[in-house]
Design a protein around this ligand. Structure first.
Ligand code: RNT
Ligand code: ZN
Length: 415
């Protein structure tokens, strides 16, 4: 234990905060790592440009081009990250035997066995899963589960049902429940003539997917809303209100992505609203800059607010955390590590607040003292506690040199 940590520990103790229990809690909070940061959301089953209103911008060299490269990059990124890790996969990352030309509606559990082996090797806690309803020729006129074309809808319903089976398989193999999150890009660039019809079709599609049945002790199904995407500016079928009501009626889960709301709306305020009604909620933690730009998470105010709402509402076991961004303009591994560490820093910050005292001040309407104490807390010595966490987990404080070395030795060989 470093002297500087001892001093920080004493300082926090003056506020009634136990740094040891904060560190113990922090290291056990699972964070699901999105595989798609490593290859700009390309996946293995198509060479088409990313579609669905999302974009990975930049052309930093060294993108993982196949399963072996992506695995190597994830393993390396994991070696620089802290805490309990899970892996978050998209169906488009199926590892198919050579010559297997089956389409997404025939995606099978066995295609994910190589990922299971990898996750076990890496000591990951579990795997989470996502059907992939974008970057594919069966996305017709930008629509999938809400399409008026019954063939299109049937194809994607079949895909999602296949993904339920894969999720159950992943839960069995990893011995850990799987979050299966459904996000669809469906919407219109310009003013629609019918806003209800597509939503009724989406509702029916989801009903049919859920009606195929799945083991709720193994799989939590989530639906992820969105306000708009590039080229889908005027109307999104899977809006926040649509999915929140759907999830409540069907007793499934809402997934909140903090890039998916109007810029002045905050997910930190939505978390306690949902906790009043749901046993579990899921998050995609990201950083939107002016729009759903999926920038790397930084240790910034809204991330801290999100962390506070999880910690002070005793919701650590109720809020499933995944990171979700894709930056192709910087070293992709550094992007993974910076974002995952920033989320952990925010959680540590929240765990080290005198949350009980702050709540009491609010309940006693002592707002002057509440404001003063909240500001005082911002100056508490978080850094030394963070560094102690790194030291105990055997991770370097600065990871730039390691990333640069990997870049020279491995990434630079990828033409
Ligand atoms: C898109 C959603 C969605 C995707 C991934 C690839 O706006 O955030 O979660 O980022 O599924
Ligand atoms: Zn998301």
């Amino acid at each position: 234990m470093s002297t500087i940590y001892e001093l920080a520990k004493d300082k926090y103790a003056e506020y009634g905060v136990d740094t040891e229990s904060a560190l113990e809690t922090l290291k056990n909070i699972p964070v699901s790592l999105h595989c798609w940061q490593g290859d700009d959301v390309q996946g293995f089953d198509t060479t088409g440009a990313l579609s669905g209103g999302i974009q990975a911008t930049g052309n930093y060299p060294g993108r993982a081009r196949n399963f072996e490269e992506l695995k190597a990059d994830i393993a390396f990124a994991c070696s620089l990250m802290l805490g309990v890790k899970r892996l978050n996969l998209h169906a488009s990352y199926a590892v198919k035997p050579a010559g297997d030309l089956s389409d997404r509606d025939e995606v099978k559990a066995e295609y994910f066995k190589p990922w299971v082996d990898f996750a076990k090797e890496q000591g990951l806690q579990g795997i989470d899963f996502n059907p992939t309803l974008f970057t594919h020729p069966m996305v017709k006129n930008g629509l999938t589960l809400s399409s008026p074309d019954e063939n299109v809808r049937a194809f994607w319903i079949k895909h999602c049902i296949a993904c339920l089976r894969i999720s159950e398989y992943l839960a069995d193999e990893m011995g850990s429940p799987v979050l299966m999150n459904i996000w669809i890009p469906d919407g219109f660039k310009d003013v629609p003539a019918d806003r209800l019809g597509p939503r009724m079709r989406l509702k029916d599609s989801l009903d049919r997917i859920l009606a195929s049945g799945y083991d709720r002790s193994k799989v939590s199904v989530a639906v992820e809303s969105k306000v708009f995407g590039i080229g889908i500016e005027s109307y999104t079928v899977g809006s926040s209100e649509f999915y929140m009501n759907y999830a409540a009626k069907k007793d499934i889960c809402c997934l909140l992505d903090n890039g998916h709301y109007h810029p002045t709306e905050v997910v930190s305020d939505k978390i306690p609203s949902l906790l009043a009604f749901y046993d579990k909620i899921a998050l995609h933690v990201t950083r939107g800059v002016r729009w759903d730009s999926d920038h790397v998470i930084l240790f910034e105010d809204e991330i801290k607010e999100i962390a506070k709402e999880i910690v002070r509402n005793d919701a650590i076991g109720k809020v499933m955390l995944s990171i979700d961004y894709f930056d192709a303009s910087i070293n992709r591994i550094s992007a993974w590590v910076t974002g995952q560490r920033a989320l952990q820093q925010a959680l540590l910050f929240a765990l080290l607040l005198p949350n009980g005292d702050l709540k009491k001040l609010q309940d006693e309407s002592r707002f002057t003292e509440l404001m003063a104490l909240q500001e005082e807390c911002k100056m508490l010595p978080l850094g030394p506690v963070w560094n102690e966490y790194l030291a105990r987990e055997g991770k370097p404080e600065s990871y730039i040199a390691c990333v640069k070395k990997y870049e020279q030795e491995v990434l630079s060989g990828r033409a």
